[in-house]
Each structure stands twice: as structure tokens, then as C-alpha cells.
Design a protein around this ligand. Structure first.
Ligand code: HEM
Length: 407
């Protein structure tokens, strides 16, 4: 199988053949050299849970400065963001910047985001009930990041949805539906310019009138006593906007699909409210919305007997580690009661998702809403998947929604 493997081929993911490929790689070639293809340079694909966590932990050898997307960042002007944007920085800068953001992503904001998400998702379900159904990926899931953005940035719901529409084009830059394809680089530059335009207004506003939102915190942040450069404020806003918008809704939609495909698991969830927390964890493991993240080797290193050279790109495949039987018994089964469940969907180590607690609160809220209201959500059409090997997303999932499901 090795000859034919090309992880840069997005069809592998849209056609859901990647799980089979990763199972083979974990067994036969766990640190796999992926040849250059599709205009994307070669990279080492790390596939086993143990190797992926080891690489996450060794930030001196595996640097984040090159950014998390291999072979085409979701941001233009990568050089100016390198080392300055939270996800694309190494210690000590990373530690100092992350410390400034910790409180913003703490318990208070999480509670506000979860409450807002409950109202927005509840209203979206009401609309779906009245209509008999909807497209979950389009009509309900986007309310989760909208809630996050509204609270984190202090903006209106329509502004939050506008921003999400642009970040979707940034992440979907290889998908024709979101402006990808032939003119993908141009589309990406235009989308990024639009995000920066969005934040330019907000930055001017918060300079004049500071609050407790992300932009105000970034403007007030001091790293080694110095304020962030203006462009660093922009890049970190972009980081949070993309991180928040392009993961939680895809995870939620994948969860709806998994529950519909595993009616026994949905019944178990309805019967036991205590399963809501582990079920959210299992949905995260199952969906692995952020399929991989990228590091650059800072020195020659041997991993699983493969010699990686200084400067090589190394991709850490969360989606593969999350199905590793060595870590997860019966890994290819979706089980809402799975504990322990140390999935890598939020990454691991110092860059572990800063929005993890928030995302977790939103996903458990969604499950609680469905189980407490006994909503039946049945899949009514083929899921459409984002053409990407970086973000695994379902962009369309028609559903029929009915009240009064029996326990
Ligand atoms: C289900 C939802 C989510 C998933 C699957 C997810 C996934 C991830 C992963 C895998 C990383 C680590 C990247 C790396 O190591 O290179 C990460 C980091 C990050 N995420 Fe999330 N994320 C989610 C939700 C969110 C939310 C809601 C926000 C913000 C509102 C957010 C903002 C960020 C930021 C800013 C980072 C960079 C952290 C750092 O480098 O220290 N994410 N996320």
C-alpha cells in the first residue's frame, strides 16, 4: 500500500478512506515520508499515538514557528507571523503571550460563551422543529462559534457570522465551494484582507474604548515589557478567529452524524445524563476536526527509527493517533461511555488548544439540549465534506428534527 499513499490528496479524506490508510501506516510505516505532491513539499507523517505525543512534548526539537498548516498556510505573509502568532511561536515568546491570554479564556468567559451558545442553538433547534428539519452544518452548528466570537470579541451575532463566513473561506482554500481551486492563492489573500479589515475597525474602536474582550487584551498585552506590534495583534486575532470558527461546528456536526449512525449510543446517552461529558470527548476523538498539525525539526532526530533532518516538515496526525488501538481499546468503535479518553483532538503540550474548555462546554451543552428536550435528529441526506486534509469538516448535513423521542 505504501507506494500509493499520498496524504496530500484531499480525496482520501473526503471519501473517508484515510482511516484505512492510517491503520496501515501505524502498523507498517508509522513515521512515513510523504513525497512532494500537488505542489506541496514532502513531509514526515507521524501516525502513532506515542510518537505524536512525544513530538508534541519536545518543543525544542519540533518547532511551531513555521505554522500549523503544511504546504500553504491559511495565512499569507507567513514570515511576519512566524514566531509572533500564538500557534506559530515557540517558548519563551509563546509562554509569555499565552500567559496574557489565560484569564480571557478562563471560567467567566467560558460560562458566558456556554450560556450564549445555549440560547442560540436552542433557538436554531426551535426553527428546525417548526420546519421539520434543516441542514445541521449550516443552520445549527455555526451558532456555536458565533456565540464564542460574540462574547470573546464583544460583537453582534451578524458580525460574528460575517467573520465566520470569511474564516471558512480561509480554511476551505482548497475547496471550490469556498472559493478554492485554481485561484486559491488569490482567494486566500482576499479572505485574509477581509479578516484584517474586520479587525481594523475593532482595533480602532477598542483603542479608543477598551473593554475586556480579546482585542483589548491583546492591545494591553506586554511581552518582555513591550506591547505587541500592530500586525501581531492582527495575527493573533486571526488565530483565535480561525481556531474558534473552524473546529467546534465541524466537531458538532460530526457528532450528530456519529450519533445517528450509532442509534444504540444515542439511546445510551438519552438514558444516562452522566454520559454527556464522556460523549463529548468521544465525539472529539471520533471527528478529529484538526486532522494534523505541523512542526519543523530544529535538528537531526530519529523517530521510530526514521532519520528526520534539520529543517524537515513533520506532520503530527491527531486523526491517526486518535484511532490507535495501542491507546484506545476498540478504537474504531464510537462509544459514548469511553473512559479514559485522552484524545489528541485539542493537540497536546504547550500549544494544547487554548479554547478547549470553551469548546467542551459548548459541545456538552449541545448534547444536553438534545437529550433533555428528547429531540430526535435523523440524517436525511448525504453529508458533504470539506476538501481539506487539515480540517475534517462536514459542510452539509441535512437532518429531520422531531420532538419527543422516547427514552
Ligand atoms: C472542537 C473544537 C476545537 C478543536 C478540535 C481545536 C483544535 C486545536 C488544536 C489541535 C490545537 C493545537 C495546534 C498545535 O499544536 O499546533 C489548537 C490550538 C489553538 N486553538 Fe483550538 N480547537 C478547538 C476550539 C477552539 C476555540 C473555541 C478557540 C478559540 C475561541 C480555539 C483557539 C485556539 C488557539 C488560539 C490555539 C493556539 C494555542 C497555542 O498555540 O498555544 N480553538 N486547537
Amino acid at each position: 500500500m505504501d507506494e500509493a499513499i499520498d496524504l496530500n490528496d484531499t480525496r482520501l479524506f473526503t471519501e473517508q478512506r484515510h482511516h484505512e490508510v492510517f491503520a496501515w501506516l501505524r502498523a507498517n510505516d508509522p513515521v512515513h515520508w510523504n513525497e512532494p505532491s500537488h505542489g506541496i513539499p514532502g513531509h514526515w507523517a507521524v501516525c502513532r499515538y506515542g510518537d505524536v505525543t512525544a513530538a508534541y512534548a519536545d518543543t525544542a526539537t519540533f518547532s511551531s514557528v513555521g505554522g500549523s498548516v503544511h504546504g500553504g498556510s491559511y495565512r499569507q505573509g507567513g514570515d511576519s507571523a512566524a514566531g509572533r502568532m500564538l500557534s506559530a511561536s515557540d517558548p519563551p515568546y509563546h509562554r509569555l503571550l499565552r500567559r496574557q491570554l489565560r484569564e480571557l479564556f478562563g471560567a467567566d468567559m467560558t460560562a458566558r460563551v456556554a450560556a450564549r451558545a445555549a440560547r442560540l442553538a436552542g433557538a436554531a433547534f426551535d426553527r428546525a422543529l417548526a420546519d421539520g428539519g434543516c441542514d445541521f452544518a449550516v443552520d445549527i452548528a455555526p451558532e456555536l462559534p458565533a456565540a464564542t466570537i460574540m462574547e470573546l470579541l464583544g460583537v453582534s451575532r451578524s458580525a460574528a457570522h460575517d467573520l465566520a463566513a470569511v474564516t471558512r473561506r480561509i480554511i476551505g482554500f482548497r475547496d471550490p465551494e469556498f472559493g478554492g481551486g485554481d485561484g486559491e492563492r488569490v482567494g486566500l489573500a482576499v479572505a485574509q484582507a477581509e479578516v484584517f479589515e474586520f479587525f481594523a475597525e475593532l482595533i480602532a474602536d477598542r483603542r479608543a474604548c477598551p473593554g475586556e474582550d480579546l482585542v483589548s487584551v491583546l492591545l494591553a498585552a506586554r511581552v518582555n515589557g513591550r506591547p505587541l506590534r500592530e500586525e501581531d495583534v492582527y495575527y493573533n486575532c486571526l488565530n483565535v478567529a480561525v481556531g474558534g470558527n473552524e473546529t467546534t461546528p465541524y466537531t458538532a456536526t460530526a457528532g450528530i452524524l456519529a450519533l445517528a449512525e450509532n442509534p444504540g449510543e444515542r439511546a445510551a446517552l438519552d438514558a444516562d445524563p452522566d454520559l454527556v461529558e464522556p460523549a463529548a470527548g468521544e465525539i472529539l476523538r471520533w471527528s478529529s476536526a484538526n486532522a494534523y498539525t505541523r512542526r519543523i525539526a530544529t535538528e537531526d532526530v530519529v523517530l521510530a527509527q526514521r532519520k528526520i533532518s534539520r529543517g524537515d516538515s513533520v506532520t503530527l496526525w491527531n486523526v491517526s493517533a486518535n484511532r490507535d488501538d495501542a491507546q484506545f481499546p476498540d478504537a474504531s468503535r464510537f462509544r459514548v461511555g469511553r473512559t479514559p479518553n485522552r484524545h489528541l483532538s485539542y493537540g497536546s503540550g504547550i500549544h494544547r488548544c487554548i479554547g478547549a474548555v470553551m469548546a467542551q462546554a459548548e459541545l456538552t451543552m449541545l448534547l444536553r439540549l438534545m437529550t433533555e428536550r428528547r429531540l430526535s435528529v435523523e440524517v436525511a441526506g448525504e453529508p458533504v465534506r470539506l476538501r481539506s486534509n487539515f480540517i475534517q469538516g462536514i459542510t452539509s448535513l441535512p437532518v429531520v428534527v422531531n420532538p419527543g423521542r422516547s427514552a
